[in-house]
Every structure is written in structure tokens, then in C-alpha cells.
Design a protein around this ligand. Structure first.
Ligand code: IPM
Ligand code: MG
Length: 354
């Protein structure tokens, strides 16, 4: 298992260090794991004046999987756009062809009170959001800021999806649904956007190949509402890049803390990039306060999807469950009567229970 480790910025290095401890524990059990570190985001800019240095992309291409922390920091906010940390993230997704982004939102029974929603609404929740990650208005050309004939300036972006892009991510969605509760809801804005009308047409076609899956379609505004009204109606949500960006942040809060949510971004051969759904949290960086569980759970996803070792994935998830049962909590999921711990202590506890 050759893994590229890209800690990035902010809390990235401290949370990734905990996930690396977990990988090292598996290695001392006899698993052949090779890890190599490289820079991305602001750290890439600092080291090589590039948020995705060539060496980082090369290492990532040569690896089976990439473990990423987070990117971004105040000190980079005023850099010109191509140098900004987020560009490193967008370019590595595109550069590795990681079109399928899996963002599970599940509520651990131990944390049901951490959600801002009533526990009867969220307890037992288990949704998988599948977000297309390399197309849509995120990457569409042309884009920019232009001056119109009347002299007024205008900002513009282009939304488009080609048939092959929709088809391949739809297949991934239905295959995931087949392994879960066989329900898939495709989210679009087909009442307004031509791109979405086409999306719906192609998803409907692909659905015919999966007759056991109960397929539905929902407009994105309604989906945003349904996610907080009755989130348990969903099993797999399949959607495009920008809608998935927004809905996955919304869904994360159903679970109590975005600090718990892992993600996987896969290419067509199950090579993957694994990262927590949350950002670099520069305000708490270096203070040993961050929750490392999303990153550790990202390693669990890596074992499942890239290395086809569901046994190891379950072992890591089981270890996380156990520390929650023991009452250990980082600040973001803390409640009265529990034991507040820092990032490193949480990592150590997971390793111990592993
Ligand atoms: C995410 C983030 C990124 C995105 C940003 C940081 C570019 O919000 O991974 O959801 O918009 O995809
Ligand atoms: Mg986002």
C-alpha cells in the first residue's frame, strides 16, 4: 500500500499525524504500508511557490492512495487566484481524475445530542452523498471577468456536463446504492437549467440498468429543505459538483460536527484521495484542539475503497466507536459529563483501542 501523505495547512498537519499513527499501528501488525509526505495548498506555496508542486502531483500519481489534511490559511487570502491553496485541491482532483466524491453523513448513537436538530430527526441517520467532482461550473470554460460593450464589467462562469461525465458518476451512484438500501435520489435543478435537464435525462437512462434500485429525482432547493425536514428519507444522493458542495456541508451538520465526516474521491480504478470534509480551521491550528476522527475515518474509507480491505475499515471504525463509548470528546463534540481531550490524545486513544 503506497500512500502519499499531504498534511496541507492549518490543523492539517496535526490531524494527519493522528491518522498516520493509525496507519503505523496497522503496519506494526504486518501490513505493508509505505508512506511519503509532500506539500499541498499554502504549504506548497511556501515550499515551491505552487499550491500543487509538481513533485506532489508526481508522488500522488505514483501512489495507490492519497491522504490529505486540509488547505487554506489567512496568510494566503490575498494571493492571486492561481496561487491560492484551494487551487491545489481542485488541481489534484482534476489531475488524478477523481470524479466520484463520496461523502457519508452518519450519526453515531453516542453523538446524537451533538446535532442541532432534534434527536428523533437524526438518530440512526446514514446517508451517502455522491458528488461529481471534476466537472460542472467548477471547471467549465469560459469564465472570468469581462467588460461588456456598454462598458459595464461582468463576472461569468460556465456550467456544463457531458454525457460521459454524467454516465460514469451515475453508475458509481447506482453501484453504491446496490450495496446499501437500494434507494437513489438524483438532485438537480432541471426546472431551470439545461445542464440539469440533460443530467436528469442521462441518470434516468442509467437507472434502467439498475431496476432493483428505487430511483427518484429532486430539485436542489427542495433537497436542501428535505435534508433538515426529514433526512432519513435519503439513502444515496447523487448530484453534480456545485450542488454536492453545498448539500454535503448541510448534511454534515445533521451529524453534530463536520469534525466527524470523512470523504473519498475516486477515479475509475478505485485509486483515491481521502480527506476529512472539514477545512483547515486556522483559528485553532497548532493548539491541539482539532478533532482528528474525520481524518482517521478517511483512512477507514481508504481501506474499504482503494485497498478492498473492509475488515480493516471496520476495525478502524470500531476503534473510533470505542473511544466515543469511553466518553472521550474533542471540543467540537463535547457535552457535559464527558472527558474533553486534545487532538493527539484522541489519536492515541484510537490507536490503543485499535
Ligand atoms: C470542499 C471545499 C472545496 C470545494 C473548496 C475548498 C475548493 O469546499 O471540498 O467541499 O468547493 O470543493
Ligand atoms: Mg465544500
Amino acid at each position: 500500500m503506497k500512500i502519499a501523505v499531504l498534511p496541507g495547512d492549518g490543523i492539517g498537519p496535526e490531524i494527519v499525524a493522528q491518522a498516520v499513527k493509525v496507519l503505523e499501528a496497522l503496519r506494526s501488525d504486518g501490513l505493508k504500508i509505505e508512506m511519503e509526505h509532500a506539500h499541498i495548498g499554502g504549504a506548497g506555496y511556501d515550499a515551491a511557490k505552487d499550491p500543487l508542486p509538481e513533485a506532489t502531483l508526481k508522488l500522488s500519481k505514483e501512489s495507490d492512495a492519497v491522504l490529505l489534511g486540509a488547505v487554506g490559511g489567512y496568510q494566503y487570502d490575498n494571493l492571486p487566484r492561481p496561487m491560492r491553496p484551494e487551487q491545489g485541491l481542485l488541481r489534484i482532483r482534476k489531475g488524478l481524475g477523481l470524479f466520484a466524491n463520496l461523502r457519508p453523513a452518519m450519526v453515531y448513537p453516542e453523538l446524537v445530542n451533538a446535532s442541532t436538530l432534534r434527536s428523533d430527526i437524526v438518530s440512526g441517520l446514514d446517508i451517502m452523498i455522491l458528488r461529481e467532482l471534476t466537472g460542472d461550473i467548477y471547471f467549465g470554460q469560459p469564465r472570468g471577468i469581462r467588460t461588456l460593450d456598454n462598458g459595464e464589467r461582468q463576472g461569468f462562469d460556465t456550467m456544463h456536463y457531458s454525457e460521459s461525465e454524467i454516465r460514469r458518476v451515475a453508475h458509481v451512484g447506482f453501484q453504491i446504492a446496490m450495496k446499501r438500501n437500494k434507494k437513489l435520489c438524483s438532485v438537480d435543478k432541471a426546472n431551470v437549467l439545461d445542464t440539469s435537464m440533460f443530467w436528469r435525462e442521462i441518470v434516468t437512462e442509467v437507472a434502467k440498468e439498475y431496476p432493483q434500485v428505487e430511483t427518484s429525482h429532486m430539485y436542489v432547493d427542495n433537497a436542501a429543505m428535505q435534508l433538515v425536514r426529514a433526512p432519513k428519507q435519503f439513502d444515496v444522493i447523487l448530484t453534480g459538483n456545485i450542488f454536492g458542495d453545498i448539500l454535503s456541508d448541510e448534511a454534515s451538520m445533521l451529524t453534530g460536527s463536520i469534525g466527524m465526516l470523512p470523504s473519498a474521491s475516486l477515479d475509475s480504478n478505485n485509486k483515491g484521495l481521502y480527506e476529512p470534509c472539514h477545512g483547515s480551521a486556522p483559528d485553532i491550528a497548532g493548539k491541539d484542539m482539532a478533532n482528528p476522527l474525520a481524518t482517521i475515518l478517511s483512512v477507514a474509507m481508504m481501506m474499504q475503497y482503494t485497498f478492498a480491505r473492509p475488515d480493516l475499515s471496520q476495525r478502524i471504525e470500531g476503534a473510533v466507536r470505542k473511544v466515543l463509548q469511553q466518553g472521550l470528546r474533542t471540543g467540537d463534540i463535547y457535552e457535559d459529563g464527558k472527558q474533553k481531550v486534545g487532538c493527539a490524545a484522541m489519536g492515541d486513544a484510537v490507536v490503543a483501542s485499535l
